[in-house]
Ligand binder design. Structure first.
Ligand SMILES: C[S@@+](CC[C@H](N)C(=O)[O-])C[C@H]1O[C@@H](n2cnc3c(N)ncnc32)[C@H](O)[C@@H]1O
Ligand code: SF4
Length: 459
């Protein structure tokens, strides 16, 4: 496709709108002008010309850019939607989390639903966002200094076909583990002074349970002083992960160290699918992991993915029903997305699934009617059907970490390889990020620098 715009900063955003559609123009040109309070967008799409004028109140430069972006994207979306006869579940919304946008509108005293309607968001999705905002009440808190601690363990039993993380099968990386754990020790010792008001601790991956008990114990011991000093009784989650690596010993260890929540991630309850996506565990492993965990009283998060290779709506619906039957406190329904670095991305260019919207609707119906409420959501690029990921919770069981991370309302002090620390300056509306090295040997070699950089970052 040939694409030109005289608005350089909009180039990627307009391309994101184009990428929502399977059919794409061969030639697209865009030009923007601002004339006496009116935003003027001209488009030429495969030789057809379009011109729009939109008025908007502009208070400052930030507001101007926001409206410039909004109108250009909306108008392009409307053109392509009419040309190709397709409407997207989230209309012209790309690049911003719907809930964040809704909060921004609310903070300005506006009804977010009006903007969402204008942007072509489906009515049921507007209602979903309203439900999520309501469910976050009492947890959503914008206060400088609020901090979540993230510890990255990028080790897995095998690599899943759709996964883009830097994580590798632990057989290939185990030799890095002793040095990696030394680095985590150093990072966590130094991190204590940077922790503000601790809201949650999250050990994620990867698959933390890919580690053996003594290895896992070292990580928990390194976290303990921070947890005890800053936040006894705060939420403490271990993304234990793959059901095939659960053992009583590991669970009991977590309990000893005060962990309150774990993840048991089936992704699907179909053995055939699990084989295809390279998970190497079975439906039965999921039930075993639940049975093993029962006596410890952890809150349990479950992840599912809609749109996995070869799955019909029946297979997916069964997975949602089975997930509900496990009694999980949280169930997150993801829609498959193409991510750079994933095996799936090498094999596919555009994810299609005629049933995906039906699957999403069915999951909403099943979870809603079984006492779960939606409490966080996010969207990703190249997500099948341009849908979304939604986390559902039983009443009063929402995961603080998930809300903080998705709404970007708290600092994230992240240690380990491929960890991205974040500072949130609520009054300035500013978020800054600091990433550590992605691959294990580079991370290990530069850990002292990383510690120093992070210390300054959190000053
Ligand atoms: C941070 S990931 C890691 C979870 C954990 N390692 C596991 O797989 O059990 C969290 C969740 O994102 C979802 N996910 C990862 N890659 C995805 C993709 N390409 N498309 C859709 N969902 C994805 C999966 O449901 C996964 O459990
Ligand atoms: S999806 Fe999870 S278990 Fe699979 S490779 Fe990625 S991080 Fe590991």
């Amino acid at each position: 496709m040939t694409f030109t715009t005289d608005c350089q900063f909009l180039e990627n955003e307009l391309l994101d709108v184009v990428r929502l559609f399977k059919s794409r123009p061969e030639m697209l040109a865009h030009a923007f002008q601002y004339k006496e309070g009116v935003f003027c967008n001209s488009f030429s799409v495969d030789g057809k010309n379009f011109y729009y004028e939109d008025g908007g109140t502009v208070r400052d430069e930030l507001e101007f850019k926001r409206l410039e972006r909004r109108f250009a994207k909306l108008r392009l979306y409307q053109i392509l939607s009419a040309e190709y006869g397709e409407q997207m579940p989230w209309g012209a919304l790309t690049g911003i989390r719907p809930t964040k946008l809704a909060y921004m509108e609310k903070e300005q005293g506006k009804d977010f639903a009006e903007l969402f309607q204008k942007m072509g968001v489906r009515a049921e999705n507007i209602a979903l966002v309203a439900q999520i905002l309501a469910a976050q009440g009492g947890i959503y808190e914008k206060k400088d200094g609020n901090t979540d601690l993230f510890v990255s363990l990028p080790f897995c039993p095998t690599k899943c076909a759709y996964c883009s993380f830097i994580t590798a099968p632990i057989d290939k990386t185990r030799h890095f583990l002793p040095a990696y754990l030394d680095c985590l020790d150093k990072e966590l010792q130094a991190a204590g002074e940077s922790v503000g008001n601790l809201r949650s601790v999250y050990i994620g991956g990867g698959t933390p349970f890919a580690l053996d008990v003594p290895e896992l114990k070292r990580v928990l011991q390194a976290i303990e002083p921070i947890y005890v000093r800053h936040g006894a009784n705060v939420e403490y989650t271990v993304e234990a992960g793959r059901p095939d690596v659960f053992t009583e010993e590991k669970l009991s260890l977590l309990k000893d160290f005060g962990v309150t929540r774990i993840c048991i991630n089936p992704q699907s309850f179909s053995d055939e699918t699990l084989q295809k996506i390279g998970r190497k565990h079975t439906e039965q492993d999921v039930y075993n992991a639940f049975a093993m965990s029962a006596k410890y009283g952890f809150d349990i998060n479950v992840d599912l993915i809609a749109g996995l290779e070869g799955e019909t709506p029946d297979v997916f619906v069964r997975s949602v029903q089975k997930a509900v039957q496990t009694g999980a406190d949280n169930i997150t329904v993801h829609c498959l997305s193409l991510k750079s670095g994933a095996k799936l991305k090498e094999e596919t260019e555009y994810l299609e699934n005629d049933f995906i919207s039906d699957m999403v609707s069915a999951s909403r119906e099943i979870l809603g009617s079984n006492g779960y409420e939606p409490y966080y959501m996010y969207r990703q690029k190249y997500q099948v059907g341009n849908n979304e990921n939604v986390g559902w919770t039983k009443p009063n069981k929402a995961c603080v970490y998930n809300i903080d991370i998705m709404e970007e309302i708290a600092d994230n002090l992240a240690v380990g390889a491929n960890a991205v620390s974040k500072r949130v300056f609520t009054d300035k509306g500013l978020i800054t990020r600091l990433a550590s090295q992605k691959d294990l040997p580079t991370y290990i070699a530069h850990v002292e620098e990383t510690i120093e950089k992070r210390r300054k970052f959190f000053l």
